[in-house]
Design a binder for this molecule. Structure first.
Ligand SMILES: [Zn+2]
Length: 243
């Protein structure tokens, strides 16, 4: 059965000497892995469309439950070449590609996540020196898949709290603290920044101008939360700090 959709390449892995396994986030089928025959041959029909980040129209062939359907076509819609051309930008974006590939189950369509990634890549390509888009993606992605940290009130009673407990994925107020694990202390400003990044329209995000310290505080908390949920750090995160 031939299926068609649109997809963004999250990663590729060599298969044998000349073939590739390609992981796409697609609009209609969620995360999928396909087998691409000899994409490295000079006259390959795939051209450069299997580079990570590339947004393409794709077709793939295989039984509905096939583990590894065969990629038969890939036509570039947007290459995001400007991001790939700058190593610093590409490393930043690699982190959210890896985050997406690590958390999402295969074959479960999530159009909101797909649109979020596409929108964030478009904004990042305009100016990748802005660190907010990467943090924004992490927050909204976690929210869409039900793993967002809760900062708007104590997990137990709903009252305001500034101590974030990783094991609870939430802030807990002074009265309700019972556990022994030490919390991450958050400032009111970082909680406000988190709320703004969760809700503001993407085109308005540039108006938010937080200090580097504030960004680092929120980013560190998010990365700790992600590490705990994944039970390992993201590999891409080891290459750089966002700020
Ligand atoms: Zn409480």
């Amino acid at each position: 059965m031939l299926r068609r959709t649109e997809g963004i390449v999250l990663k590729t892995a060599l298969f044998g000497e000349a073939d590739l396994i390609v992981t796409h986030l697609t609009s209609d089928f969620g995360l999928i892995k396909t087998f691409a025959k000899s994409p490295r041959k000079i006259k390959s029909r795939f051209g450069s469309s299997l580079e990570p980040l590339t947004y393409s129209k794709i077709s793939f062939w295989g039984k509905e439950d096939a583990n590894l359907p065969r990629l038969t076509q890939s036509d570039i819609i947007l290459s995001f070449q400007l991001i790939r051309d700058r190593l610093e930008c590409f490393l930043k974006v690699s982190e959210i590609l890896e985050l997406t590939a690590s958390f999402l189950p295969e074959h479960e369509a999530n159009r909101k996540v797909f649109m979020l990634l596409l929108d964030v890549l478009k904004e990042t390509e305009k100016d990748c020196t802005l660190p907010l888009h990467i943090i924004l993606y992490k927050i909204r992605f976690l929210n869409l898949i039900g793993y967002a940290p809760r900062l708007d009130g104590c997990a137990n009673c709903g009252k305001t709290g500034f101590s974030f407990y990783i094991s609870h994925g939430s802030v807990i107020c002074e009265r309700c603290i019972t556990g022994m694990d030490s919390p991450i202390k958050l400032s009111p400003a970082s909680i406000k920044l988190y709320e703004s990044l969760s809700r503001w329209d993407l085109s308005l995000i540039e108006r938010i101008k937080p200090s580097r310290n504030l960004l680092a505080e929120l980013s560190d908390m998010l990365n700790d939360h992600i590490r705990y949920r994944l039970t390992r750090p993201l590999k891409s995160g080891a290459f750089h700090k966002v700020f």
